[in-house]
Write a protein that binds this ligand. Sequence first.
Ligand code: ACO
Length: 378
Amino acid sequence: METAQRVYKGLEGVYVLESSLCLIDTEHGKLYYLGYDVEELAEKSSYEEVSYLLLHGRLPKRPELEEFVGKLRSEMRLTPEEMRDVQYAAKRTGPMDALAAFYLFASKDPPQTKDPMEHAIRAVAKAGSVLGNVVRVQRGEEPMEPQPELGIAGNLVYLVTSKKPEQYQTEFLDDILILHAEHGVPASTFGAVVTASTLSDIYSSIVTGLMTLKGPLHGGAAEAAYYQFVEIGDPNRVESWLERALAEKRRVMGFGHRVYKIYDPRARYVKAMAARAAELAGGRVKTLYEIAVRLEQAAIERLSARGLYPNVDFWTPIVYTAIGIPPGYFTAVFAVSRVVGWVAHVVEYWKDNRLIRPLHLYTGPESGQRYVPIEERG
Ligand code: ACO
C-alpha cells in the first residue's frame, strides 16, 4: 500500500475512523448524538435513555427503555466481591486509578457471556456505584449499598452525599452526564478503540480510556477552573487577576478548545444550569458563579478574537459544587459519563474490526551499525 511519508503530529486533522455516534458542528457550535441535539437531550431525556441511544443507534420505545433500565439497575448493584475490590483500590490509589482498577478486575474475570452489548451495559451501570463508593472510602467513610431505583445520577449523588438526593441535584447531574457522554474521538476514545481493535475485551478498553482521560491536557480542566475561581476569591478581583494571569502567560482554565473556536454548546447549557444552581444553593456556589460570570465577560473581551471562549469545564465546577461533589472527583464524574461513549465506539468498531497499526517514520541511525563489545566502547 502506498502511504505518503508524512507524520501528522498529534493526528491533528486526520480522520481515523467512521462513526455514526456524534456530530460536532464546529461552525454553528452544535453537538448531536445520532442526529439529536445534545441540548434537547439534556433538557428532555435521561442518561439511561441516551445510553440506549448511543449503544443501539436509535431512541428506544417505552418497553425497550424499561427493559434496558431494568438491566442497568440490576447491574448497578455491587456484589460483596466487587465491593471489596472497590475498597481495596480506593484505599491505594486516586479516583481515576480506582475506577480503572475496578474495570481491570472485571476484565480478569468477565461474566460468561460473549455478547459485547451485555458487557457494555454492565460497564455503564457499574461506573457510578463504583465512583460513589470510591469517594466514600477515600473520605474515610463506610461504603454504602447502591440504590438503583434512584437512577444512575441519583444513585451517585446519594452515595457521595449519604442523603436521598434533592430533585435538583439528580436533574443537574443527569444533564451533566448526558452532555459528557460522547464527543467523537478525543484521545481517550481513540485509545479505547485502539485497545479494542486488538480484540482485547471491553473492560480493558475502558481502562485505556480512563488512563488517557486522566491526563491534564484532557480531563482535568474542570478542577483547574474551580481552583482558579477559588484563587480569585471575589468577583471584584476578577479584572486585576485576569490582567496579571495573562501577563504571566497563564491560561484561563475552562477557556479554549481544540475543536470549538466559538462557544461550546455544552458550556452554553451548563452556564444556564450554573445560574439556577447559584439561585438554589446560594452561599459559596453563588460567589463562584458571580466570579465565573465576571471572568467570562472579561476573558471573552480579551481572548475571543483568537477563537477562545468558555468550554464546558468552565461552568461544570459550579454545578458540581451545588450537587455536593468534591473538586478532586470532577474528572472521575466526567469518566463515569464517558464510559458509555467509549463502549459505544468499541461496539461500533467491532462491527467491522481492523487492527489499528499505524506506521512510524524512522529517524534513527543508518542501518548496519557495527556491534562493539561493551569492553571496547570508548
Ligand atoms: N487562556 C489563554 N490563552 C489560551 C488559552 C486559554 N485558556 N487556550 C489557548 N490559549 C492561547 C495559547 O496560549 C496559544 O497562544 P500563542 O499562539 O500565543 O502561543 C493559542 O491560544 C493557541 O493555543 P493551543 O494550545 O495551541 O490551542 P489548542 O487548540 O491546542 O488548545 C486547549 C486547546 C488545550 C483546550 C487550550 O485552549 C487550553 O489549554 N485551555 C485551557 C484548559 C482547558 O480548559 N481545557 C479543557 C478543554 S475542553 C475538555 O477537555 C472537555
